[in-house]
Design a binder for this molecule. Structure first.
Ligand code: ZDR
Length: 390
C-alpha cells in the first residue's frame, strides 16, 4: 500500500481574505517560512487560479508577508489577479496591516515599516480599526511613472491622448506604480470596459497603467471610477486615489486634502505640503480564513482511498481481477429479497469506497491542520478586545 506522507510534508496554503472598500486580497504569511521566495509554491499561474472568482477563492490580488531584506520590519509582495507583480498597492497594504494586527494580536497605534518595490511604506492601525498609510512622495517625472508624456504647466506629465477616435486630456503620476488620471464631467457616462483597456495598454505607458476617471463634486470631494492594470474594473484603488488627488490638485481642480469616493466607498487623502508625502486613511476588513490543501496530497489521498480494501468486505469487491460486473442492476427494486449478485454488488462497492475515503488518514490530517491554523488566527482576533469591528 502507498504510504501517505504526513500533512507537514505537504505544502498546504493557509490564507486570510481581507477587503478594503471591496478591493479584495488573499493574505499569505511567509514571514517565518524556511524558503520565503518559494513559500506556498506560489507561481503566477497559481495566483491566477486563486484569484479566479469561479475556479478559485476569488480576489483582486494575492499579498505575501515576507521577512525584510532592506531593514524594515517585513516585506510585502503583491500579485495582481493576472499574475503580474506591481510595485505597490494602497488598499492591499491597509489589508496587510490589519492582517498583521490580527495574526500578531497588535492593537491601535501600531506602525509597521514595510518594504515594497516602491520603497518603504508605513501603515498605522487607528483606534477605530481603520488604517492610515504614509504612502510617500508621488513620482512626477515621466521616467519615474513611467510615461512618454512630457511634463506640462501643472508640473507633472500631461497631454492629450487619442483613443479609438476620442480625445482625452490626461495627467499622469506614480505612487510606485503608474497611474493616468482623466478628469471628466460625469464618470457614470464613461464606457470603462471600452476605454479602460485602451488606456492600460496605450503606448504612452510602457509599463501599462492603472486608469482613473474623475469627476469634481466640490474642491474637497471627488468621484472616481477605476480600471486597474492587471485586474480590470475594481471597486477601489488606494494608490490610484493618491495619484488622483495629486494630479487633480496639480491641475488646480481640488484641495490638498479631499474625500475620494470610489465605487466601494470613500478614502480620505491628504498631500502634505511641508513633507510632500501623501497620507491615505481607509478601512480594511477581515472576510474569512481558509486552507487550501496541497493538490498532490488530495490526489494521493483519493488514490489511496480508491485502492483500499475495506475492512469486513471481501477483497474481490474492489479487486480489478475479480469477476466482471454483470449488467447494471437497480438494487432498490431487484434486490428487495436480498442481494442477487453479492460477488459484484455495485451498491456494496460504492459503500466501500465511501468508507475507505472517510477512514483516510490524510483527510483527517488535512482537517486538523486547517482547524489549528484557523483556530490560532480566530483566537488572536477575539483576544484583541473592543475597538475593532470584527
Ligand atoms: C490599485 C491597487 N489595488 C491599490 O489599491 O493601490 C494596486 C494594485 C496594483 C495595480 N493593479 C497595479 O499597479 O498593477
Amino acid at each position: 500500500m502507498v504510504r501517505l506522507p504526513r500533512v507537514s510534508e505537504f505544502s498546504n496554503l493557509p490564507f486570510s481574505k481581507y477587503q478594503g472598500l471591496g478591493n479584495d486580497f488573499l493574505l499569505l504569511d511567509a514571514r517565518t517560512a524556511a524558503d520565503p521566495e518559494q513559500a506556498f509554491g506560489l507561481t503566477s499561474e497559481r495566483v491566477v487560479q486563486l484569484c479566479d472568482r469561479r475556479f478559485g477563492v476569488g480576489a483582486d490580488g494575492v499579498i505575501l508577508a515576507l521577512p525584510s531584506q532592506a531593514g524594515g520590519e517585513l516585506r510585502m509582495r503583491i500579485f495582481n489577479a493576472d499574475g503580474s507583480e506591481p510595485e505597490m498597492c494602497g488598499n492591499g497594504i491597509r489589508c496587510l496591516a490589519r492582517f498583521l494586527a490580527d495574526v500578531d494580536g497588535d492593537g491601535p497605534g501600531r506602525f509597521w515599516q514595510i518594504d515594497t518595490l516602491a520603497g518603504r511604506i508605513v501603515p498605522e492601525l487607528l483606534p477605530d480599526g481603520t488604517v492610515r498609510v504614509d504612502m510617500g512622495a508621488p513620482f512626477l517625472e515621466p521616467q519615474q511613472v513611467p510615461t512618454t508624456l512630457p511634463v506640462g504647466d501643472a508640473g507633472l506629465p500631461q497631454g492629450e491622448l487619442d483613443l479609438d477616435g476620442e480625445r482625452f486630456a490626461v495627467a499622469a503620476a506614480g505612487m510606485g506604480n503608474p497611474h493616468v488620471v482623466i478628469p471628466v464631467p460625469a464618470v457614470e457616462e464613461i464606457d470603462l470596459e471600452r476605454f479602460g483597456p485602451l488606456f492600460e495598454h496605450h503606448p504612452a505607458f510602457p509599463a501599462r497603467t492603472n486608469v482613473h476617471f474623475v469627476q469634481v463634486l466640490s474642491p474637497d470631494h471627488l468621484l472616481m471610477r477605476v480600471w486597474e492594470r492587471g485586474a480590470g474594473p475594481t471597486l477601489a484603488c488606494g494608490t490610484g486615489a493618491c495619484a488622483t488627488l495629486v494630479a487633480m490638485h496639480s491641475l488646480g481642480l481640488c484641495e490638498r486634502r479631499a474625500r475620494l469616493d470610489l465605487p466601494g466607498g470613500p478614502l480620505q487623502i491628504h498631500w502634505d505640503e511641508s513633507s510632500g508625502r501623501v497620507v491615505m486613511d481607509g478601512p480594511a476588513e477581515h472576510v474569512f480564513d481558509g486552507v487550501i490543501p496541497d493538490p498532490e496530497a488530495v490526489a494521493l489521498s483519493r488514490r489511496q482511498a480508491a485502492a483500499a480494501t475495506p475492512i469486513g468486505e471481501p477483497a474481490a469487491v474492489l479487486a480489478p481481477s475479480g469477476p466482471e460486473p454483470g449488467p447494471e442492476i437497480d438494487c432498490a427494486t431487484v434486490c428487495t429479497q436480498g442481494c442477487i449478485r453479492p460477488e459484484s454488488c455495485p451498491s456494496a462497492e460504492a459503500r466501500a469506497r465511501v468508507e475507505a475515503l472517510l477512514r483516510g488518514t490524510s483527510l483527517d490530517d488535512l482537517v486538523s491542520i486547517a482547524t489549528n491554523s484557523l483556530e490560532s488566527r480566530t483566537r488572536a482576533r477575539f483576544d484583541k478586545g473592543p475597538g475593532f469591528n470584527l
